[in-house]
Design a binder for this molecule. Structure first.
Ligand SMILES: C[S@@+](CC[C@H](N)C(=O)[O-])C[C@H]1O[C@@H](n2cnc3c(N)ncnc32)[C@H](O)[C@@H]1O
Length: 330
């Protein structure tokens, strides 16, 4: 019998707005201006990201989807799942759940006993996912949780059930290595012996493949990036002239780090009413909006050193563009 439950929300809309305000203020006050990438995801941002996932240049989703489509049996085997043992399948930053649905359908077919708990900062993404699953996979018990995944870790301790954490789409790549290491360590501390983290990471590859993925011909990624300013205009009553900024992706091939910026096309002032503050932008000044770190075994091993995880397995797509690592809590 399908059960849909919404667990206690971590962040009320009022808290989220306050936090948005504080983080925008902090990021734009810095000498090197930045804005947190988690704010890309409002209704318009969610829709644009779904478009990005289908772009010919955006190999990231296609590569990981291939793993889920072609190798879901290997995934279940690597996770060491037992159909008679109930577990919680928890997904951090679930988005539209396209890839996860491949795994869910295999689990349903195999009569596994589990609840699916997608966590996302976007209530809109969760509502759409819940509706979608209620139609396409009514057998799956779905319990959504809205909030910042940095803040939901404590709630994972609420029960002793075995847990599988999905962290897909190279979402971890939006964190610096230090923050990722800390996050994975905190996550490992909230889990119990034998629990697993199924971690999807984009692998290091040449700029000729990476850069177009963040700079598509149709300008969808540019619109996605600029939507951050539109969101500040709407929610914080600012007067950003969107056409006076441009999207600029960069990739440091040696380090394996892609970055996205919004660049001011001229000297200008922007007033943010909710902050009662004016911010100055000089011509060519950049706002860092996203980092997308790429990985290899060495980098991942370094990140999980000093955490309670060990690498149990690794599954890649046919082009070796993407890897899903199975980390086990020891
Ligand atoms: C790049 S999309 C990836 C979606 C999905 N994991 C995939 O692989 O296709 C990132 C998702 O994570 C969510 N997200 C981003 N930052 C978050 C945060 N700090 N806490 C919770 N969710 C977050 C976004 O709302 C969005 O749905």
């Amino acid at each position: 019998m399908k059960e849909i439950a919404t667990l206690k929300n971590i962040e009320s809309p009022a808290n989220m707005l306050e936090q948005f305000q504080a983080e925008v203020n902090e990021g734009l006050s810095d000498t090197n201006k930045s804005l947190p990438s988690k704010y890309f995801y409002n209704k318009k941002g969610d829709d644009l990201f779904v478009k990005i996932m289908h772009l010919p240049e955006y190999y990231v989703t296609r590569s990981e989807h291939e793993i889920f489509k072609e190798k879901s049996y290997s995934i279940i085997k690597s996770l060491n799942l037992d159909p008679d043992q109930y577990f919680e399948l928890i997904e951090l930053g679930a988005g539209d759940g396209t890839k996860t649905k491949e795994l869910l359908s295999q689990l349903v077919a195999g009569n596994y006993s589990f609840d699916y708990l997608p966590i996302d900062i976007s209530q809109n993404a969760l509502d759409q996912l819940e509706l979608d699953l209620s139609v396409t996979m009514p057998q799956v018990s779905v319990k959504t949780k809205q909030g910042d995944y940095f803040e939901v870790l404590e709630s994972l301790k609420e029960n002793q059930h075995p847990k599988i954490i999905l962290f897909l789409g190279s979402n971890i790549g939006n964190m610096s290595d230090d923050i990722a290491s800390n996050f994975i360590n905190n996550l490992s501390q909230t889990l119990a012996f034998g629990d697993k983290l199924f971690l999807g990471v984009d692998l290091i590859k040449p700029a000729s493949v990476v850069l177009p993925a963040y700079n598509d011909n149709q300008g969808v990624t540019a619109a996605f990036n600029l939507n951050l300013l539109e969101r500040i205009n709407t929610e914080l009553e600012a007067d950003f002239a969107i056409y006076d900024f441009k999207h600029q992706p960069e990739y440091d091939e040696k380090e394996g780090i892609a970055t996205s910026f919004l660049v001011s096309k001229k000297n200008q002032e922007v007033f943010i009413k909710k902050l009662n503050r004016t911010f100055n932008f000089s011509k060519g000044e950049k706002i860092l909006t996203e980092i997308s770190r790429k990985y290899n075994d060495e980098i991942l091993k370094k990140i999980i050193t000093n955490t309670a995880f060990v690498i149990k397995d690794k599954i890649t797509d046919s082009k070796k563009y993407f890897a899903n690592y199975i980390l086990e809590r020891v």
